[in-house]
Design a protein around this ligand. Structure first.
Ligand SMILES: Nc1nc2c(ncn2[C@@H]2O[C@H](COP(=O)(O)OP(=O)(O)OP(=O)(O)O)[C@@H](O)[C@H]2O)c(=O)[nH]1
Ligand SMILES: [Mg+2]
Length: 207
């Protein structure tokens, strides 16, 4: 499991040209505005306010880089589907996110967040298909589980699985930044994305 020893904010970027060039692996977060991307980062690194979270949707408007254990970056991307900005601005973000996801060599995987209270939107479905098309490993997370009853939780998870066409063995991680549900599962999954089992060195043979 990932053990976070150190987490720091690096910088906010508005274009691809100025992104870090040190070749550390990157994990990006995508999802609707207000779904809880910044809150998830804070929970995983166990810091209250490292990533700015806010009840005002559209808070994150830049590519925000956080470096974990000096070993990899978590990249907080602007949320999609935020209506209260101009179309021109939305188009600009969309293009930047698209360019980042489709061309960033250091990108190892994407955490896609869904609000457990709502069925996936068209944008959620498109995003998932798009990530699959680019063969980017996806870690699906259903967040804000503290806001639903146990019954609703399993019902809504089933709806999410159906609309995203998940395989029988694919299950979103149920997560809450409020009470910490699922945080260890997220850390396990991050570890696996960063250290895929099939590239681990062979154990040394006994002589
Ligand atoms: N109850 C509850 N509230 C949450 C949870 N995660 C996030 N929130 C709240 O939801 C609001 C939005 O959270 P953010 O983390 O800022 O969402 P975001 O996806 O980063 O939003 P943008 O930056 O606008 O794209 C804040 O008021 C958070 O406190 C959760 O698991 N449970
Ligand atoms: Mg945010």
């Amino acid at each position: 499991m990932l053990v976070v020893k150190k987490a720091e904010f690096v910088s906010s970027f508005v274009d691809m040209k100025s992104l870090p060039d040190d070749n550390l692996p990157e994990i990006a977060l995508v999802g609707r505005s207000n779904v809880g991307k910044s809150s998830l980062i804070n929970k995983v690194v166990n810091r209250k306010n490292l990533a700015k979270s806010s009840s005002t949707p559209g808070k994150t408007r830049t590519l925000n880089y956080y470096v974990i254990n000096s070993a990899f970056y978590m990249v907080d991307l602007p949320g999609y589907g935020f209506a209260r900005v101009s179309k021109a601005e939305r188009d600009k973000w969309g293009k930047m996110i698209e360019k980042y996801l489709s061309s960033r060599k250091q990108l190892r995987g994407v955490i896609q967040l869904l609000d457990i209270r709502h069925p996936p939107t068209e944008n959620d479905i498109m995003m998932k298909q798009w990530l699959e098309h680019f063969e980017i490993p996806i870690l699906l997370i259903a967040t804000k589980t503290d806001k639903v009853s146990r019954n609703e939780k399993s019902k809504n998870l089933a709806v999410i699985r159906k609309s995203l066409n998940l395989e029988p063995d694919q299950m979103p991680i149920a997560f809450s930044a409020e009470n910490g549900e699922g945080v260890d599962a997220v850390k396990e999954a991050l570890d696996e994305i960063l250290n895929p089992p099939d590239v681990e060195p062979e154990p040394e043979l006994e002589s």
